[in-house]
Structures are given as structure tokens and as C-alpha cells.
Design a protein around this ligand. Structure first.
Ligand SMILES: C[S@@+](CC[C@H](N)C(=O)[O-])C[C@H]1O[C@@H](n2cnc3c(N)ncnc32)[C@H](O)[C@@H]1O
Length: 223
């Protein structure tokens, strides 16, 4: 099971028991994704629970996600948005994989949130640019970024434009299994994650905190 960085299996089990039970379709998405070769890409259950609380704190009605995979994080968010806003809720879901998102579509449908999700299959920067051009700047409450790390800066800039004041953007994997703290690691993904962390820390447009939830979750609130 994917879990937060550095936690023992006992602590992961304690967290699972302490949090509200997963929606049955979320539990099935997690279980079935474990059989896939790229299963470690899925967020942890405790991260999903955290994201649901963030969505509720924001009273989020409109959200975007970059990096859908088999749909766990999008389903977690959509369930809470639907609970608060019914059919008015909207989740823009960006990915490039027909194969993985076909599974996500099945889970969204089975959980009754299929009508809320607008899946766009093309490089996410293009989709976000289209939404900005369509006049959606400032229209989103929440964004979750969990895709190619070298694209994070472009998603940060586009996401900030799309968010309303007080809206929140979450960046996954910012600790990169600890590799960001290894100065010898100068691979493009690690460099991109370090550059984003430095930029966000100095950026007056946001109030941000880097946390060790999951594989590191950078929380940015738009000022
Ligand atoms: C780590 S997985 C996302 C995991 C997902 N959030 C979950 O909860 O299971 C990363 C996803 O990003 C997608 N991706 C990679 N590059 C992309 C790009 N340029 N634009 C949109 N999606 C991309 C991949 O196809 C993959 O599904």
C-alpha cells in the first residue's frame, strides 16, 4: 500500500483506523490499483483523507487536478464536492493516459460522480491554458498537482491564475522519497522540485507550507 514517507506499517494501519472509513469505491480503486505495475503512483489513503478535509474547509465547488492515474485523488475530492454542492460541483481532470483514466472513469461512474468530472486527455499545460483563455481565471477553489515533476512550475503559474483569492493548490511528491535533500541528486525531476520549493518560499503571491504528508505535500494558499 502506498503510504506517507517513512511511516512503519503499524503507523499506517493506525492512521487508516483513525481516519473515517474509505468510501467503498475508493477502497476498491486502491485495492485494484495495487495489481498494476505503477501502483506506487497512487496517493496514500491518509493523503486522500487530508485532501477531503481541505476540500471541505474551502467549501470547494470547482477544482482542477493534474495527474489522474486510476482516479483515487480525483474521486476523493469529487465525493466531498458532490456532498456539499450536488450537481453544481465541477472537477477538471487532466491527464495524458487513455489507459489509466479509463479505469478512473469506471470508479467515478460507480461512485455516482461521473457527471461532475470533466476529463481532458492532452498535456495538462494546454488544458489549463485553454481554461484561462476561456475566462476561467479566478474561478477555482482547489487544485491538486501530481504529474510530471518538470512541469510543476508551469502548473504552478497556470494554477495560480485559475485559483480564486484564498484558493489552495497542493503539490504532491515535493520530498521525492527524500531525494530533494541529497545534494548529489541533480536529476531533472529533483532539480525541478527544489526550484519550485525555492520559488514558492519567496513568492509574495502565496502563503505556503511544505509538509511531510504522503511523499511531501506543498500547500499553497493564494493571497
Ligand atoms: C502520480 S500519477 C497521479 C496519481 C493520482 N493523483 C492518484 O491519486 O492515483 C501521475 C499521472 O500524471 C499523468 N501525466 C504525466 N504527464 C502529464 C502531463 N504532461 N499532462 C497531464 N498528465 C500527465 C500520468 O499519465 C499519470 O496518470
Amino acid at each position: 500500500m502506498s503510504s506517507s514517507l517513512g511511516l512503519s506499517s503499524d503507523v499506517v494501519a493506525y492512521l487508516a483506523a483513525a481516519n473515517p472509513p474509505e468510501h467503498p469505491v475508493l477502497a476498491r480503486c486502491r485495492a485494484e490499483t495495487q495489481a498494476l505495475p505503477m501502483a506506487q503512483m497512487q496517493i496514500s489513503a491518509e493523503q486522500g483523507a487530508f485532501m477531503q478535509v481541505v476540500a471541505r474547509m474551502l467549501h470547494a465547488k470547482r477544482a482542477f487536478e493534474v495527474g489522474v492515474f486510476t482516479g483515487y485523488s480525483s474521486l476523493a475530492t469529487a465525493l466531498v464536492m458532490q456532498d456539499m454542492h450536488g450537481k453544481q460541483a465541477r472537477l477538471l481532470a487532466c491527464d495524458v493516459s487513455e489507459e489509466w483514466t479509463a479505469k478512473a472513469r469506471g470508479y467515478w461512474s460507480d461512485a455516482g460522480v461521473g457527471d461532475l468530472v470533466d476529463l481532458q486527455l492532452r498535456p495538462a499545460a494546454e488544458t489549463l491554458d485553454q481554461r484561462i483563455a476561456a475566462g476561467e481565471a479566478g474561478a477555482y477553489d482547489l487544485g491538486f498537482i501530481d504529474a510530471d515533476k518538470t512541469g510543476y512550475d508551469s502548473y504552478y503559474e497556470r494554477g495560480l491564475t485559475l485559483l480564486r483569492q484564498g484558493g489552495v493548490m497542493l503539490f504532491d511528491n515535493v520530498l521525492w522519497s527524500g531525494r530533494v535533500a541529497d545534494p548529489k541528486d541533480t536529476t531533472p525531476d529533483t532539480l525541478a522540485l527544489r526550484a519550485l520549493a525555492g520559488k514558492v518560499k519567496a513568492d509574495p503571491r502565496v502563503h505556503a507550507a511544505m509538509t511531510n504528508i504522503g511523499d511531501g505535500l506543498l500547500i499553497c494558499v493564494k493571497r
